[in-house]
Ligand binder design. Structure first.
Ligand code: HEC
Ligand code: HEC
Length: 149
């Protein structure tokens, strides 16, 4: 029992060291809170449940691309019974996330996701080019005599 003080001191040092990252975070006034993304005002529901979108929005987009480009399937029958156009610009951006910088980019920056490179081609400016399918290169397609969809 003579060891009791040493044990208590040892325990205190252990707890202190163990929780050090928390104290350091407090001192540096950093936080592990999620990034403050700007949510859409008009719409309250996404094309898929929130939990799914949080983990798998990139997979959904890739699936959409695959289905549109390879199978010409452009309609998405959502979990809430609504039907959406499978389109990155026309649906995700135009209808809800009109400010890409404050939604997509803000979280990607926070999470250290580089890119994505989608914007090399897909239009994401606030002034979406109506009628060109949300792509930045309709002129190129027109010049080649192809559809501008
Ligand atoms: C090199 C140019 C290019 C890049 C880069 C690109 N796309 Fe596309 N994408 C296209 C073209 C062209 C289509 C076909 C357009 C159509 O038929 O409506 C398309 C179609 C799509 C579609 C379905 C149609 C639509 O209007 O959205 C989705 C979804 C899509 N791409 C997602 C992505 C995602 C996600 C990325 C990034 C990971 C990406 N694309 C990168 C050129 C590109
Ligand atoms: C709340 C956070 C968050 C928001 C908001 C967000 N993303 Fe992401 N996104 C992520 C994370 C985290 C990853 C990386 C996941 C991984 O690497 O497994 C990612 C990855 C992606 C990828 C795949 C990139 C690659 O190179 O593999 C695409 C495409 C993408 N996001 C598109 C979007 C678009 C478009 C929006 C806005 C409409 C958006 N994201 C909004 C967190 C977010």
């Amino acid at each position: 029992m003579r060891d009791r003080p040493q044990i208590i001191v040892g325990l205190l040092i252990f707890v202190g060291l163990f929780t050090f990252p928390i104290w350091r975070g407090r001192a540096a006034s950093t936080s592990t809170a999620a990034p403050a993304v700007k949510l859409p005002v008009a719409e309250k529901q996404c094309v898929a449940p929130l939990e799914y979108m949080r983990t798998s929005h990139m997979q959904l987009l890739i699936d959409w691309r695959q289905q549109v480009v390879r199978d010409n399937q452009r309609q998405f029958h959502a979990f809430n019974g609504k039907v959406y156009d499978k389109s990155l610009t026309r649906t995700c951006l135009e209808q809800c996330h009109t400010n890409r910088a404050e939604f997509c980019d803000r979280c990607h920056k926070y999470a250290g996701v580089s890119g994505p490179y989608c914007w090399d081609c897909h239009n994401s400016s606030p002034q979406f080019t109506a009628g060109n399918g949300g792509h930045q290169f309709p002129a190129l397609n027109v010049a080649e005599g192809r559809s501008t969809r």
